[in-house]
Design a protein around this ligand. Structure first.
Ligand code: ADP
Ligand code: UDP
Length: 236
């Protein structure tokens, strides 16, 4: 499969068309942004790590019955995926209070939540990805009730699968963001990425942050943290 034309350049990836109208190639960059683009930088080899980690986790999810956009990894930074029409929602799954939830509810970061929390944000950079609920989603017709129920069901199942998998690698899955899309026949599949850019990963023992918070919060050590995640997941 060959790249034909650049369709879109986002903050972390480029998306290319191919000869097949139903197929795209995503190309992961080292560029890092935070605070809705306010902070910009690069994390050396992040594109390679996020490409490989995403595909590794999506393969695990596929085996467990979650449909994903993954077709095939074709290089360190490039993956062939099924083209979807993105449901314009960021689905956030939370096990432990951190980041914006800790701020919003006045909780100390690291406070366990009594129940898994699902949140939806409208994917719109200009608006700063505002949090929305089911009523907003239905009112704006971003997806149907049936699609949203399936998205919620998949997201909770993904949380169970990934939390258990990562626990064995001494990684606590604090929270993460998912995106879904529709194939041309309407099937909802998991799209985009699952990586240290989009998940909070803490070392189970030391509680050390192994994710993009190191970059967002100017903590340093982000390259080593991303490498450590790849080492624990892929053994290299
Ligand atoms: P952003 O758009 O937030 O800057 P990226 O740099 O990660 O993010 O760009 C990748 C874009 O590709 C995102 O907008 C994402 O929703 C979209 N995308 C991810 N997977 C697919 C897919 N299978 N088909 C179509 N678009 C996709
Ligand atoms: N997240 C993401 N993209 C976004 C917003 C959040 O991948 O545009 C992820 C983030 O990495 C974290 C989870 O979603 O794992 C929850 O993020 P939060 O709402 O706490 O936002 P933040 O603190 O990053 O502003």
């Amino acid at each position: 499969m060959k790249k034909v034309k650049e369709l879109y350049e986002g903050k972390a990836k480029k998306v290319w068309t191919t000869e097949d109208p139903e197929v795209l190639i995503v190309d992961y960059k080292d560029d890092a942004t935070a605070g809705n683009g306010a902070k910009k930088g690069t994390i050396h080899d992040k594109g390679i790590i996020n490409n490989r980690v995403t595909n590794h986790l999506m393969k695990i999810l596929e085996k467990e019955g979650i449909p994903t956009h993954l077709i095939e990894e074709i290089s360190d930074r490039e993956t062939v995926v099924k083209k979807v029409s993105i449901v314009p929602l960021e689905v956030i799954v939370r096990n432990i209070a951190a980041g914006s939830l800790a701020n919003r509810l006045g909780l100390e970061e690291g406070t366990p939540l009594g129940k898994t929390v699902l949140e939806y944000c409208y994917k719109d950079d200009a608006l700063g990805d505002p949090m929305v609920n089911e009523y907003h989603i239905m009112a704006m017709d971003w997806c149907t009730k049936e699609e949203l129920d399936l998205i919620a069901e998949y997201s909770l199942k993904i949380n169970k699968i990934l939390s258990a998998y990562l626990k064995d690698l001494n990684i606590e899955l604090i929270d993460f963001k998912l995106e879904y899309g529709r194939l041309s026949d309407g099937t909802i599949v998991l799209a985009d990425e699952i990586s240290p850019d989009t998940c909070r990963f803490w070392d189970s023992v030391t509680k050390e942050k192994l994710d993009k918070d190191r970059f967002r919060r100017d903590m340093g050590g982000e390259e080593d943290a991303y490498k450590e995640v790849m080492k624990r997941l892929l053994g290299e």
